[in-house]
Design a protein around this ligand. Sequence first.
Ligand code: ADP
Ligand code: MG
Length: 296
Amino acid sequence: EPFGGDPVAYARHHREAVLEEPVVLSVRNLTKSFKGLKAVDGISFDLHQGEVVSIIGPNGSGKSTTINLISGFLSPDGGIIDVDERSLAGASAADVSEQGVARTFQNGRVFGALTVDENIALGYHKKLVEQRPFKQLQRYPLLRWVNLLSETALALVHGPKTRDERAAVDDRVAIEVDRFRERLGTRRGDFAYTLSYANRRRTEIARAHISEPKLLLLDEPTAGMNQSETAEVLEQLQYLKAQGHTILLVEHKIELVTALSDRVIAMDGGRIIAQGEPDHVRQAPQVVEAYLGKRR
Ligand code: ADP
Ligand code: MG
């Protein structure tokens, strides 16, 4: 076993080794305002191949906006987003996905009218299209039908078409679901709207991972989860890290951030206020101040 099973030594080795790897994501002077509010205010950072970087910060500090800009769900006002030296600032979500960037959402978006398998298969085909607009209106029967039709059309257009393709995707989905053991395994044919919140998040991570992305963006993957569910996600993410995945993670649970990250970026008011090793950032006076300030 490398490092005699010493997690601290392994973490240090990983942190230093990944810096020798090529840069996968390069962000420079990224800005985005909403009606004069600077949600992201000139941030710059790099991610090396295989590096796990977490963004922390109080609510409203610009973390999700950063993820939305990188994934093409928002268009920046200014700045550079390069993935593998290809410029993606302002590219559509579909184009960014095509380039090998996969993501999950803060509120656990799945296509409710599709099964677990169908949801994950969409990731395999790198077709993570924005959630249908009727999500909040599920309680109105007519809109529920519109939603069902639009999601079914989505699966038909982007899902597997030939029998061979379907068989290949089925195999990959089975492998993916296997990582979640019995939890998702028994639910593969169920409609996603029947899933528990934790299982939705698992479906999302599986959907993002199955595309074998060169960059994985995770927006609060453990939000709303209890302790044992959080521990399970941590295990999942440790596995992805050991596999060499490059991950940008937004996360509130500081223990998870510390256990997992090579580097931490702290944001406040759309700006980066500290970055570096987890323990260093966590104890930085400006970071402590930012959290305390917001609680008052
Ligand atoms: P975080 O994820 O760190 O909690 P966000 O990136 O979601 O923060 O939000 C940063 C700021 O931008 C907040 O003040 C939020 O209200 C605002 N904001 C985010 N998205 C939008 C939007 N689509 N329209 C208007 N304001 C937004
Ligand atoms: Mg957020």
